[in-house]
Ligand binder design. Structure first.
Ligand code: B4P
Length: 191
């Protein structure tokens, strides 16, 4: 049973590695970014609200994001563990996750911090813009997303470091290399 978080700046490879780790650890991956994009695509009420923030490179408000995650973490398939990709991203989301987990008598096992420098991030996301046409992958929006990450999400690393949960993994190199680094680091923690 593993309860794992993947955090890191936009484009560090969280979504890419979440799919691989979910298989390796045998737990479902929950990506708030993917869930928001699916809602935007389907033009749901949540999607219409989220789109405005995502297109501007801002975070979707905590109230919407927290409700979404609280509901998803009540699903039967996550009772044996989960991998959260891109959540929490703010201190209010950390508090919400603590609340959800403690209500079930659970806690986190590990937080994987995936790091990559901003030049690599801009290069990856600019490439993704061409391949996938994501509206939040223009250079201007990417730079803004990096600022938002530094301001709102980077402080979470301190919070989880104080709880001795963080393993930091270099996100540069091939996707396979990064996966191996993460699985090795998890292995060292007995996960
Ligand atoms: P996310 O979907 O989480 O996306 P991301 O930060 O852009 O990317 P990620 O790190 O997952 O990178 P990926 O693997 O795709 O968030 C999008 C938006 O949703 C946010 O800006 C926000 O508006 C909203 N949102 C989500 N969660 C929220 C929350 N909790 N609160 C509020 N708002 C929230 O990799 C990027 C690219 O690099 C891909 O093209 C990939 O193929 C490539 N790549 C990956 N690994 C590589 C490698 N090793 N080498 C070369 N390329 C690589």
């Amino acid at each position: 049973m593993t309860r794992l978080l993947l955090i890191g700046p936009p484009g560090a490879g969280k979504g890419t590695q979440a799919v691989r780790l979910s298989e390796a650890c045998g737990v479902p991956a929950i990506s708030t970014g993917d869930i928001f994009r699916a809602n935007v695509r389907d033009e749901t009420e949540l999607g219409v609200k989220a789109k405005e923030f995502m297109d501007a490179g801002k975070y979707v408000p905590d109230s919407l994001t927290n409700d979404l995650v609280r509901s998803r973490l009540n699903d039967a398939d996550v009772t044996g563990g989960f991998l959260l990709d891109g959540y929490p991203r703010t201190t209010a989301q950390v508090d919400e996750l603590d609340d959800i987990l403690s209500a079930g008598g659970h806690s986190l096992d590990v937080v994987v911090l995936l790091v990559a420098d901003s030049d690599e991030i801009v290069s990856r996301l600019s490439k993704r813009a061409v391949e996938q046409g994501r509206s939040d992958d223009t250079e201007e929006v990417i730079r803004h997303r990096l600022d938002v990450y530094e301001e709102q999400t980077a402080p979470l690393v301190d919070i989880y470091t104080k709880r001795d949960l963080v393993v930091t993994v270099d996100g540069l190199g091939s996707m396979d290399d990064v996966t191996k680094r993460i699985t090795d680091a998890l292995g060292e923690r007995g996960i």
